[in-house]
Design a protein. Structure first.
Length: 233
C-alpha cells in the first residue's frame, strides 16, 4: 500500500522507537504529526504537537484540533521497576495512565478521524505482554492490557463492519531511553546486559511497523513478536 500523502500521528515521537518510526514514515512520504512533551527533540520535518499524555484533557484538546488521520502509532510508554509485592502504587498509576489509559483514548479518538475506507492503528507493546519476566513487576500487566485492548478493539471494529486494522508490535529489549527508567538503581545490570547482548535498535522495530503499514488492505497483521537473537527469554 502506498503511504505517500498519508497522515500519521505518532505518540512518543521524540526518542527511541517513536523517533525512528517518524523518520521512516517521513522517508515514505507520510505527513507525520509528532506528539510528545518536548517537541524540540523531534526529527526535522515532523509537525510538533506538545502534549502530556498522562492528562486526558490534553489528549482531548489535541484530537479536537485534528481533522484527518490515516495512521495512529501508539508508541509512548514508560517502564518502571515496581514490584507487585512491595512496589509504590504511585508508580503503578503512572504506568497505567500512560501505557494503558492514554493509549486507549488515542485509539478511540483516532477512529473519528479515519477515512470511511478505514485507518491503521499500531500499538507498541512488549514481549513482557506475552510472558512475565522475573523483574516484570507492574510494567508487564500494563503490556498484557495493551494486547487485550488491541484484541477487543479489533473485535468491535469487525462487528461494526469498520475496515480499520489494528496491530501490535511486541519487542524484547530495545536500546532506548526507556531502559534507563526500567534499570534505574540497577545501572550495573544494564551495563552487563548491553555488554552481553546485541539489543534490538529502534530502527529494527520501526521497520516492522513500516512492514505492517505496507501490507495490502485485506491483510491484517495481529502482532509481531521480535527480540534479539542474543536474548534468551
Amino acid at each position: 500500500m502506498s503511504l505517500t500523502n498519508k497522515t500519521a500521528l505518532v505518540t512518543g515521537a521524540s526518542s527511541g522507537i517513536g523517533r525512528a518510526v517518524s523518520t521512516q514514515l517521513l522517508d515514505s512520504g507520510v505527513k507525520v504529526l509528532g506528539l510528545c512533551r518536548d517537541t524540540s527533540k523531534l526529527p526535522e520535518g515532523v509537525e510538533p504537537i506538545a502534549c502530556d499524555l498522562s492528562d486526558p484533557a490534553q489528549i482531548d484538546e489535541v484530537f479536537a484540533s485534528l481533522r484527518h488521520l490515516d495512521i495512529l502509532v501508539n508508541n509512548a510508554g514508560l517502564a518502571l521497576l515496581s514490584r507487585i509485592s512491595d512496589g509504590n502504587p504511585a508508580d503503578w498509576e503512572t504506568m497505567w495512565r500512560l501505557n494503558v489509559q492514554a493509549l486507549t483514548i488515542c485509539c478511540q479518538k483516532s477512529l473519528r478521524l479515519f477515512p470511511k475506507s478505514g485507518g491503521q492503528i499500531i500499538n507498541t507493546s512488549s514481549m513482557s505482554g506475552h510472558r512475565v519476566p522475573p523483574s516484570g513487576g507492574f510494567y508487564s500487566p500494563t503490556k498484557f492490557a495493551v494486547r487485550g485492548i488491541s484484541d477487543a478493539l479489533r473485535n468491535e471494529l469487525r462487528s461494526d463492519d469498520n475496515p480499520t486494522r489494528v496491530a501490535t508490535v511486541s519487542p524484547g529489549f530495545v536500546d532506548t531511553p526507556l531502559l534507563d527508567h526500567y534499570f534505574k538503581g540497577r545501572e550495573d545490570q544494564l551495563s552487563q546486559t548491553r555488554a552481553s547482548m546485541r539489543m534490538l535498535q529502534p530502527e529494527d522495530v520501526a521497520s516492522s511497523i513500516l512492514h505492517i503499514l505496507d501490507t495490502p488492505l485485506h491483510v491484517e497483521i495481529t502482532d509481531i513478536q521480535m527480540r534479539s537473537v542474543d536474548q534468551k527469554a
